[in-house]
Design a binder for this molecule. Structure first.
Ligand code: UD2
Length: 315
């Protein structure tokens, strides 16, 4: 019987959490629909029980949650521009899927659901750093969908007593992130293209900033949450990030140094729904979990580049 379920396990965050659990000898089940997840991301996770299924289907959720004690809910249709192009799919794969999963978790007697939320919930307010007490101001359909999931988590704790914990991730990057889609995260795209000597495009003036968070920090935070006592974390929402930020222009310079890239980025108009500056206040996670980032930005970029250099991310 599986004790842990990881949804979106063929996505890069889900697969990284599953790998860490397996390395600790835990019993893990993973589910993915392969709408955006990659079969190649399951390599190395052979000890896991894998289920192909779509969380928008309540029957798949019921099967996935059977016998599970703790769920890491990483499945989503990520990307702000994807949600601008197709808000209905974004809602189906983020909101419907999350509600179905919560219903199934409750029916199965699952103890805790840990939810991958997004910094996009804060929107484009000028206040930095973003702290959990701020009023959410989602701009894009993606931000709305991820925020709706947060509220469902809170409701299931208050109304049904299910332990839920909401982790607002800030621009996560690292090995196994898909670099091939127009909707891919910017660092996955830039690392791969700069290593290949291909052109890169910056949308806007490049002075937008992000709290780019290396994947190991996110995995670390999730494992701390799984082990934390309910009275500390259940029903809570907290940022999971690094507490420092870089602009895209600065990031390109670091990547240039690490990859030897000689090209110049092309500048195009900013994307619809884009946010100017994003930086997390991470004091709440520190207080509740004893969390502190374990890998800094430059080291994270170095490890990510090494992964793409050694052939990662190629289909
Ligand atoms: C949002 C969330 C992030 C996560 C992510 C999932 C914020 C601040 N962050 O990330 O937490 O949920 O959504 O998708 O809301 N860009 C370029 N060139 C490219 C690609 C992107 O300049 O080739 C820019 C893009 O316009 C943006 C920045 O890079 O200003 C980061 O874009 P992204 O798609 O990696 O992530 P973002 O910030 O929308």
């Amino acid at each position: 019987m599986a004790s842990y379920l990881v949804t979106g396990v063929a996505g890069f965050i889900g697969r990284s959490i599953a790998a860490a659990l397996l390395a600790r000898g835990e019993t893990v089940r993973g589910i993915d629909s392969f709408i955006t997840g990659k079969r190649s991301n399951l390599e190395g996770l052979e000890a896991m029980e894998f289920m192909e299924g779509d969380l928008a289907d309540p029957a798949a959720c019921a099967k996935a949650c059977a016998g599970v004690e703790i769920v890491f809910h990483e499945a989503a249709l990520v990307s702000v521009p994807r949600s601008v192009d197709d808000p209905v799919s974004s809602n189906r794969n983020c909101v419907d899927a999350t509600l179905n999963l919560l219903m199934a978790a409750r029916a199965a007697g699952t103890r805790r659901v840990i939810y991958a939320a997004s910094s996009a919930a804060y929107g484009d307010t000028p206040t930095l750093p973003k702290h959990e007490g701020m009023l959410p101001q989602p701009i894009s359909p993606y931000a709305v969908a991820k925020l709706a999931g947060e509220h469902y988590m809170g409701a299931f704790t208050r109304v049904y007593g299910l332990e839920t914990v909401v982790l607002r991730y800030f621009n996560v990057f690292g090995p196994f992130q898909d670099p091939t889609s127009h909707y891919s995260g910017v660092l996955a795209i830039f690392c791969r293209r700069m290593l290949a000597g291909e052109p890169i495009t910056i949308y806007g003036d490049g002075e937008q900033s992000r709290d780019f968070t290396y994947i190991d920090n996110v995995v670390h935070g999730n494992l701390l949450v799984a082990a934390a006592p309910a009275e500390k974390v259940s029903g809570r929402m907290m940022n999971l990030a690094t507490g420092s930020s870089s602009t895209l222009n600065e990031t390109v310079e670091i990547l240039r140094d690490l990859t030897g890239y000689r090209g110049q980025p092309a500048y195009e108009p900013a994307r619809a729904g884009d946010i100017r500056d994003s930086l997390a206040d991470i004091r709440l996670a520190e207080e509740l979990l004893g969390y502190a980032p374990i890998v800094d930005f430059r080291e994270g970029l170095l490890r990510t580049i090494e992964w793409y250099r050694s052939g990662g991310g190629v289909e």
